[in-house]
Design a binder for this molecule. Structure first.
Ligand SMILES: NC(=O)c1ccc[n+]([C@@H]2O[C@H](COP(=O)([O-])OP(=O)(O)OC[C@H]3O[C@@H](n4cnc5c(N)ncnc54)[C@H](O)[C@@H]3O)[C@@H](O)[C@H]2O)c1
Length: 434
């Protein structure tokens, strides 16, 4: 199959290179020339474990190329994936579909022969209908089928997730497109990944329902954690106690500083807006959004109370800035609100993140970015672990204590055992632990 990916970000690039690895011929297109220039030099525009190697292998084999030229890249394609961003629209929180629609128009103008246009971007129910309308308007003679194929990969484990998905969801109502999509995913199908064919609108909704449910699950355990702190219970034991129930499942039951990232915040918001527009409000999702928004600043206040309610003039070492480990993605990271709250209360912040500092600098100003965890910890009044990167799991606590003004550890990811930290003379504050 000749496949073109429009958009070479976290989803487009990973999907594109994995399709090439399956044996398809793939062109990854992006409007951002700096991304394509970097890719052509073998430099990855994002941090994703294992990505550079699989890109290099597939470029070498000749199956993967990069381009900024939509016109030439779509004209011979059998399948064109749209994998552009769908951020929250300023003002009302709906998904901003302008990039999707612009891509659809360009594809329609330049494709030749039967072409399957697949929306991989996360898009609200009914977007496929609008894409179809745009395509027909832009090129009434185009022979195009519009398909929905939402992506479920997680940053940090994206390649593994793409190659071994729990399921592949494909929404369509065109038999020719069904044949093409089956061919595109044949290598995975042979690996027994279930291909779930649905109507297009259903497929679009599956993606939002999945993200809404997961966001709700995280928010649920976060509220249980708050209750644990009030009643003297332990949230980690509660998580295990409920997670072993097969109907509930153990994943996404880690209490923490609230969900962030490029998907859950915007997708829950877009789902709530879609539901409101159809007079079928989703109050569980609306409440999830509001609890999570409040939680991020509450985590900043938690740090302040760990320092007896006053951080003015104090130095806080923030370890981890990205919304989760193994990515450089800072979009909607809880670190942003935590740091803002500390700054608002007069603290100074020194921060370290293994991969996210370049992106963080564009979003968080007025803090010191340092070269390693101990540079942040030097002379600090407290350490706050915001992201559970592996290298923060085994800090040399005696060394850290010797460098600090006061030995306080606020562990927003519960990666330490309270008793062990206390043994080293630290005041330890986890989430939902007492
Ligand atoms: N990041 C994730 O973990 C993830 C997971 C599942 C689904 N998604 C969804 O996938 C979509 C893409 O997300 P992402 O994180 O990869 O976004 P991203 O911002 O990393 O990448 C999007 C890319 O599209 C490019 N682009 C925009 N318009 C273009 C056009 N007309 N032609 C060519 N390139 C164009 C941009 O320059 C950018 O590089 C979103 O809808 C998102 O919700 C993301």
């Amino acid at each position: 199959m000749r496949i073109t990916m429009i958009g070479s970000g976290y989803v487009g690039l990973v999907s594109g290179v994995c399709f090439a690895d399956f044996g398809h011929d793939v062109i990854c297109v992006d409007k951002d020339k700096s991304k394509i220039d970097a890719l052509e030099k073998g430099v990855m525009p994002i941090y994703e474990p294992g990505l550079d190697q699989i890109v290099a292998e597939n470029v070498k084999s000749g199956r993967l190329t990069f381009s900024t030229d939509v016109q030439n890249s779509v004209k011979d394609a059998d399948v064109v994936f749209i994998a552009v961003g769908t951020p929250s629209r300023r003002g009302d929180g709906h998904a901003d579909l302008s990039y999707v629609y612009a891509a659809a128009k360009e594809i329609a103008e330049h494709c030749t022969g039967f072409t399957v246009v697949v929306t991989k971007s996360t898009v609200p129910v009914g977007t496929g209908d609008e894409v179809e309308r745009i395509v027909k308007e832009a090129n009434p003679n185009a022979d195009i089928a519009v398909v929905s194929n939402p992506e479920f990969l997680r940053e940090g484990a994206a390649i593994e997730d793409f190659k071994r998905p729990d399921r592949i969801v494909i929404g369509l109502d065109d038999d020719r497109a069904r044949g093409v999509m089956t061919e595109v995913y044949r290598p995975l199908y042979l690996n027994q990944a279930p291909l779930l064919f649905t109507a297009r609108r259903t497929s679009e909704l599956i993606k939002y329902a999945a993200n809404g449910f997961l966001a709700m699950k995280i928010t649920f355990i976060n509220e249980i954690a708050d209750l644990c702190e009030k009643v003297g219970a332990n949230v980690q034991d509660v998580s295990r106690g409920i997670g072993l129930d097969g109907r509930i499942g153990a994943k996404f039951l880690h209490a923490g500083p609230g969900y962030g990232g490029s998907c859950f915040p915007k997708d829950t918001l877009a789902l709530a807006k879609t539901a409101q527009d159809h007079e079928s409000p989703m109050r569980l999702i609306e409440t999830t959004i509001s609890i999570n928004d409040n939680r991020k600043r509450a985590m900043g206040r938690k740090v302040i109370s760990a320092l007896e309610g006053d951080v003015r003039g104090k130095k806080i070492a923030v370890l981890g800035l990205t919304f989760k480990p193994n990515t450089d993605d800072m979009r909607d990271s809880p670190a942003i609100a935590v740091i803002q709250t500390l700054q608002d209360s007069g603290a100074t912040v020194a921060a370290y993140d293994p991969e996210g500092m370049e992106n963080a600098k564009k979003l968080i100003e007025g803090i010191e970015y340092v070269a390693g965890p101990y540079e942040a910890i030097a002379d600090a009044d407290a350490i706050v672990i915001v992201t559970e990167w592996n290298q923060f799991r085994a800090l040399d606590l005696p060394r850290a204590k010797g460098m600090m003004k006061s030995p306080v550890l606020v562990d927003l990811r519960n990666i330490y055992r309270p008793a062990e930290v206390a043994k080293h003379g630290f005041a330890y504050h986890g989430i939902g632990l007492n």
